[in-house]
Write a protein that binds this ligand. Structure first.
Ligand code: BGC
Length: 765
């Protein structure tokens, strides 16, 4: 035998030895855990087991219509398994102490929270984060969020939210990663890894909870908590992948969605929670309901509290958020033979396992180190990272005549209801934020420009003109700061500032709580009063840059037509103002790309790039043909397509090449393209690869994202970017829900966004 072969064999033997050792280690670890939990459960009464399944809300933060009461007493009686939305290491330590010192079996509680896009150091809202297309950054944001949350008592986050949505009326699109299953899956995995790290027992990693399982993003009419009805084939191909990716990445828990699936609410859906999640996907963590979801099954009309609690348990729910249904009714159901002891034990075991894996039995105070909470939360270092990440999420939608970046030494009129509003910078779901310490755009520009340039600030108008609507959105410590002056007076002040300036920056759009949970809109244009302000500003003849704050794609056709520059900034987190200033002033060249299509108007919704072709597609380049699939009054094209985003520089694509015209079953196909930075700035570009399966046994989308690379190109640099495709990338769920590829013709598209690509073809043999 020659020596390379011998070497290979030695390496293989060593590798298998190491593998068997780690397997043994984890098997022994599992055995130890099982023995520990079996011993513990042996001592537990039925009531104490049911207590583990109970998750009341602390009362600090309430998101539903009910909150829990008498929690302290319940903890002492062993009627509580965990608590959520309570914060600070001191408070959590004190509550944990009740469980550990005053309950019979001293079982520690698990403490959860909606740590959605950072803890106290807030990163951009998830929709914004997704526009970075940067998995390392996204993972880092989750890692830092876990570090801060764990330093302040939290060991479990209700994140990532991976609901695919194509409907910007739904306020919760702000919490997810947009419309694409491929990108959404990558982000789901990155976030789970970021939260859970490589070892859950470390005191700076936390348990992740993927939500809302499943299909919540497809609610009808974009109206919160509404019905979902979807074919299995769409479900498997388009909506389920990100949940599965999170489970594959090891997410320890799953939250069931509020909506129904095939007529059975997710919370009571055995097919979903047991057959699909546990049996097909091999999920072995625990499943928690959403807020009061068991109680809500009564409203759905599938039984009274006792019946729906039994249904939920049997479907695969382990923990009951706020309903008290499992706690208060399962004994009766057990006595009546409606549930089994084994089903209760199973749920209880899963929750105890999670606590064991977090190391809570070893040290119930593992996450309550007051020193850590003083030194590791909202640190200058974390805030600096948040600022850097935020700058990567801004999307430049328009930049005529290179209005941006702003030239040095100019006088700036900073106008608009979002210009001087720290509280509204972090965006929705920022429960641990210290809003007064966020950086507003006014702060950010002042920080950056110091005495170098003059900034003339005027509010210009309120966020909305209807005081009732204003009250609805001025919640959770995020007032819009309603100005009582008349619209006329405010606009006049803004126009005066604009006239005295070289450039106008108009900070417009939504307030933070105009998106998020239960914040749906049927009109997704800018409020009329803001449009009026914009008109007045444009009439001054000064160049206007709209800095657009929003938690969803907005229908801004009029603004696109009239304003020379638009920078979409989402809600960029606690450091928003500094990050936006970095981009406006050219310190950072914007590179964010949209992950949700912007519609022309609300009537186009749902609109998404990866749609089917139909039997009567509209010919390319046309915008209306009788008896084709189109509208009379608006083209089919969106306002801005998926993947769109400009840079201060320009990128040219050419020479799309395939290594072969065929791809064989276990072979590889290399796809390469030459990208040139042809402008005047260094910049990052997200090179996107899409596929189309030309003929299938079921209809296939006109384009599907299958790869992307974010590359940094120096001014003038030319780079060949290469992707590798294999047969696996061509698989999809067929009508028997088998995950297969089908031989035949494929098109491959590579480009700067989903609508602007080069094209080539190959055949799968
Ligand atoms: C939301 C969840 C959230 C839960 C706990 C619910 O209303 O749907 O996403 O995790 O509240 O705050």
């Amino acid at each position: 035998m020659n020596s390379p072969n011998r070497l290979l064999i030695i390496v293989l033997i060593l590798a298998s030895f190491v593998m068997s050792c780690t397997q043994k280690k984890s098997t022994t670890g599992d055995q130890q855990m099982n023995t520990f939990i079996s011993d513990l459960m042996g001592q537990m009464t039925l009531e104490e087991k049911l207590g583990q399944l109970n998750l009341p809300a602390s009362g600090d933060i309430v998101t539903g219509t009910a909150s829990s009461s008498d929690i302290g007493e319940k903890i002492k009686k062993g009627q509580v398994g965990g608590l959520f939305n309570i914060k600070t290491a001191e408070k959590i330590r004190a509550v944990q102490q009740i469980a550990v010192d005053e309950s019979r079996l001293k079982i520690p509680l698990i403490f959860g929270m909606d740590v959605i896009h950072g803890y106290q150091t807030l990163f951009p809202i998830p929709l914004g984060l997704s526009c970075s297309w940067d998995m390392e950054l996204i993972e880092k944001s989750a890692r830092l969020a876990a570090q801060e949350a764990s330093a302040d008592g939290i060991c479990w986050t209700f994140s990532p939210m991976v609901d695919i949505s194509r409907d910007p009326r739904w306020g919760r699109v702000s919490e997810g990663s947009g419309e694409d299953p491929y990108l959404g899956s990558q982000i789901a995995g990155a976030m789970v890894k970021g939260y859970q790290g490589d070892d859950l027992r470390k005191n700076n990693t936390i348990l992740s909870c993927v939500k809302h399982f499943a299909l919540y993003g497809a609610i009808e009419a974009g109206r919160e908590y509404n019905t979902v009805d979807m074919s299995r084939i769409r479900m498997y191909n388009e909506y389920l992948p990100p949940y599965k990716a999170a489970v594959d990445a090891g997410a320890g828990t799953v939250m069931a969605a509020f909506n129904e699936i095939d007529g059975i609410p997710a919370t009571a859906n055995k097919w979903l929670l047991d057959d699909l999640l546990r049996k097909d996907w091999g999920f072995n963590g625990f499943v928690v309901t959403d807020y009061t979801a068991i109680m809500e099954l009564e409203e759905h009309g599938i039984g009274n509290l006792q019946e729906v609690s039994a249904l939920s348990l049997k479907a695969g729910i382990d923990m009951d958020m706020v309903s008290d249904g499992l706690l208060t009714t399962l004994k009766e159901s057990l006595d009546e033979g409606k549930v089994t002891q084994q089903q209760i034990d199973q749920a209880c075991r899963r929750i105890l396992e999670a606590k064991y894996k977090l190391g809570l039995f070893e040290d119930p105070y593992r996450y309550c180190d007051v020193n850590r909470s003083k030194t590791e939360v909202f640190t200058p270092e974390n805030r600096q990272v948040a600022r850097e990440i935020a700058a990567q999420t801004l999307v430049l939608l328009k930049n005529d005549n290179q209005v941006l970046p702003l030239q040095a030494g100019k006088t700036i009129a900073l106008v608009g209801p979002l210009a001087d509003n720290r509280e509204n910078m972090p965006g929705t779901w920022s429960v641990a934020g210290d809003f007064a310490r966020s950086v507003s755009l006014l702060d950010g520009l002042k920080n950056a420009l110091g005495g170098e340039a003059k900034i003339l600030y005027a509010m210009g108008t309120n966020v909305v003109s209807d005081p009732e609507l204003d009250a609805r959105i001025s919640i959770f410590g995020k007032p819009t700061k309603w100005d009582k002056r008349s619209q006329k007076e405010m606009i006049a002040e803004a126009v005066t500032a604009a006239r005295k300036s070289d450039v106008v920056i108009a900070a417009m759009g939504e307030a933070a709580e105009m998106s998020g949970e239960a914040a749906c809109r049927t009109n997704i244009e800018l409020p009329e009063n803001q449009k009026e302000l914009l008109k007045a500003l444009l009439a001054t003849g000064k160049p206007v840059v709209m800095v657009l704050f929003t938690g969803r794609p907005l229908a801004i056709a009029a603004e696109k037509a009239n304003i020379p520059a638009i920078l979409n900034v989402w809600f960029a987190g606690s450091e928003a103002g500094d990050a936006i200033a970095d981009v406006l002033l050219g310190k950072v060249n914007p590179s964010g790309k949209l992950t949700m299509t912007f519609p022309q108007n609300v009537g186009q919704i749902p609109i998404f790039y990866n749609h089917k072709n139909t039997g009567r597609p509209l010919a390319e380049g046309k915008w209306f043909s009788k008896f084709r699939s189109n509208y009379l009054d608006v083209p089919n094209e969106p306002l801005y397509p998926f993947g769109y985003g400009l840079s201060y520089t320009t990128f040219d694509y050419k020479n799309l090449k395939l290594s072969d015209s065929n791809l064989i079953a276990d072979g590889e196909l290399k796809v390469s393209v030459e990208v040139t930075n042809s402008g005047n700035y260094d910049g990052a570009e997200v090179v996107q690869l899409y596929l189309r399966d030309m003929v299938g046994t079921v209809t296939r989308p006109v384009k599907e994202l299958k790869g992307f690379q974010k590359v940094l190109l120096k001014k003038g640099e030319i780079r060949t970017v290469e992707f590798t495709l294999t047969e696996k990338d061509l698989r999809f769920y067929n009508s028997d829900l088998q995950f297969v590829s089908e031989p035949g013709d494929f098109k491959v598209f590579v480009g700067t966004n989903s609508a602007n690509t080069l094209e080539a073809s190959f055949v799968l043999k």
